[in-house]
Design a protein around this ligand. Structure first.
Ligand code: ADP
Length: 253
């Protein structure tokens, strides 16, 4: 076969594969959404029993229902994780489309998305939004959303109950710096160099949250750097973690 013809065939095959992957991802997303909706319905029914809304329970009934409730919670968390992974993979695959983006909007929308999980743990998310506003950044909106959502998801996941998460924004040189501060389990010294590696999960993190993939921070760092920004953290075991990332300010192109 002539070389250019061979390339054409390969390109077509590649397009077909991409299409197949994208259709599969969409199917997974629809089904997992449905599973999550059903699990949520089951959750509220069990909760009504546990709260005594449907009459008093015997200690044995209560014990069993509590086990069912906890199992259901874990399945809900797995379903949410699957949705996020599926979405992250799709978004990362796509080419970058840079435009002028308002970071505060991404922060506020993401806080809303995680308000349910935060409420369950009585974690308060506080956005210290600068009064004068901040300039827009040069970013791909969906990818930047993945960055912020991954960091906020971790902050909520690894926070202790009844605690606070603080989010702030400030201009540093020609970039916007965002920080997300939790007072959760922290990152142990031995894990600090590995935190951005694919599939790495801290031992303390696995103990606190059985569900996790270890790809969130790997993807997050990749996206931040492809925007021309930086990502780093400060952390102390059992005291908390603050993640920082920068995104270049929009300069009109
Ligand atoms: P996952 O959360 O699915 O385990 P990530 O790639 O998002 O994977 O994070 C990798 C690891 O980094 C986590 O398993 C955990 O050990 C650590 N980590 C990330 N964010 C935090 C945080 N806010 N507090 C404590 N540990 C964290």
């Amino acid at each position: 076969m002539h070389e250019s013809e061979e390339i054409k065939v390969l390109r077509e095959e590649n397009e077909r594969l991409k299409q197949a992957i994208s259709t599969k991802a969409e199917m997974v997303s629809i089904n997992v959404h449905q599973i999550r909706t059903l699990l949520s319905a089951i959750k509220w029914i069990i909760k009504m029993f546990l709260d005594g809304d449907l009459g008093k329970l015997t200690p044995e009934q209560e014990g069993l229902l509590r086990k069912a409730y906890e199992g259901n919670e874990r399945m809900l968390a797995t379903a949410s994780e699957m949705l996020l992974m599926n979405k992250t993979e799709n978004v990362v695959e796509r080419a970058y489309a840079f435009e002028s983006i308002n970071m505060s909007d991404i922060i506020e929308n993401s806080i809303f998305d995680f308000s349910g999980e935060a409420k369950i743990k009585s974690v308060e998310i506080i956005f210290l939004k600068p009064e004068k506003g901040v300039p827009p950044v040069r970013a791909d909106k969906e990818k930047l959303r993945v960055v912020f959502q991954n960091l906020l998801e971790n902050a909520v996941k690894y926070s202790n109950n009844n605690s606070k998460i603080f989010i702030s924004e400030k201009v540093e040189d020609s970039s916007l710096e965002v920080s997300i501060k939790d007072s959760g389990i922290g990152i142990v010294d031995g894990g600090k160099e590995k935190i951005f590696e694919k599939f790495y999960r801290g031992e303390n993190a696995q103990k606190k949250e059985a569900v996790g993939s270890g790809i969130g921070l790997f993807t997050t760092k990749k996206i931040v750097e492809e925007h021309g920004g930086k990502i780093w953290f400060e952390s102390a075991e059992n005291q908390g973690t603050t993640f920082f990332f920068t995104t270049p300010i929009w300069e009109g192109k």
